[in-house]
Design a protein around this ligand. Structure first.
Ligand code: PBG
Length: 323
């Protein structure tokens, strides 16, 4: 016997009831806001493909970080866009390069904010690939030392967490060993463990000027058809010493996130990436949907699938709505 004994609508009748039986909710505590640091002073420029997102010079970033902290967003992830790029990404691990200065300035302005740094070479190399290129190929092992040195320089600048996003094999272990040797045994590694070769990174590459000059990233980022391989990537990163794992992008890979939640008892992050954000903003600009509601629904789905942390360009707006 089902209907009319059972009526699922009974518990949906009022907002109070809905509030009482809601299984998943978003909290400001889950949010990580990505920030882009550029050279110069007083610079604040819109990213055309990401309405509401700006690239800021270090001074402006420090000011903005105070607002972010005030709104109750617990963490930011910093990306540096250097003025000069070369084959080995020399600016990635220079002590006074743009991201290192940004870390220092943000920590000084907003001491309570957790500062995560993205550890990768693609923003710093002239060819735009995430590693050292030799003979037209991104070489794995020669890249590890560059990544480890970059992570250590971020820690030295005051980063609270380092997040490698390059997808080289063995980089979590290399970074862990280098951090420990440099006296940063307490700095956690949040690994972009299941990172797919995705079309949804398009707007980010405009913001970070990091589109590859030749080819694409499919020889190191994951094939979108692969699910089991993602779980293997995550297991290996845990073995190498990752403290937390990330799935990226988020919505197209919720199956991976949900399975990772079942298998691994470490904090899981999901990156609602630039293209996922841009789609919502673009549709909103056309009057096709309510952007704030669509974004909240997307992020709630990511939370429901199992993410503890969500990296989202909408973190500040959302934190203010949740206040
Ligand atoms: C660096 C990196 C990328 C993103 C985060 N870290 C770009 C890429 O891999 O091409 C994408 C983030 C986004 O799209 O919002 N490797």
């Amino acid at each position: 016997m089902s209907f009319p004994i059972h009526r699922k609508r009974r518990l949906r009748r009022t907002e109070t009831l809905r509030r009482m039986v809601r299984e998943t909710r978003l909290s400001r505590d889950d949010l990580v806001l990505p920030l882009f640091a550029v050279e110069g002073r007083g610079v604040e420029e819109e990213v055309a493909s990401m309405p509401g997102v700006r690239r800021r010079s270090v001074d402006r970033l420090a000011e903005f970080a105070k607002e972010v902290e005030q709104a109750g967003v617990p963490a930011v992830i910093l990306f540096g866009i250097p003025a000069r790029k070369d084959a080995r990404g020399s600016e990635a691990d220079r002590a006074d390069a743009v991201v290192q200065r940004a870390v220092e300035a943000v920590k000084a302005a907003a001491p309570g904010l957790c500062v995560v740094t993205d550890v990768c070479l693609c923003e710093y190399t002239d060819h735009g690939h995430c590693g050292i290129v030799e003979g037209g190929e991104v070489r794995n092992d020669p890249t590890l030392e560059r990544l480890a040195s970059t992570a250590v320089s971020h820690a030295r600048a005051g980063a609270d967490v380092v997040a490698p996003s390059d997808m080289m094999d063995g980089r979590v272990g290399a970074i862990r060993r280098a951090l420990d040797a440099a006296g940063f045994a307490d700095v956690p590694v949040l690994s972009y463990a299941a990172k797919y070769a995705s079309a949804f990174y398009g707007p980010f590459r405009e913001a970070a000027e990091s589109a590859p000059a030749f080819g694409d990233r499919r020889a190191y980022q994951m094939d979108p058809g692969n699910f089991r391989e993602a779980l293997e990537e995550m297991r290996l990163d845990l073995e190498e010493g990752a403290d937390a794992l990330m799935v990226k992008p988020a919505l197209p890979y919720l199956d991976v996130l949900a399975e990772a939640r079942r298998r691994f008892d470490v904090p899981l992050a999901a990156y609602h990436v630039s293209g996922e954000y841009a789609m919502i903003r673009a549709a909103e600009e056309r009057g096709w949907l309510d952007g704030a509601r669509a974004l909240e629904e997307a992020l709630l789905a990511i939370r429901r699938a199992g993410a503890d942390l969500i990296l989202t360009y909408g973190a500040l707006d959302l934190a203010r709505r949740l206040e």
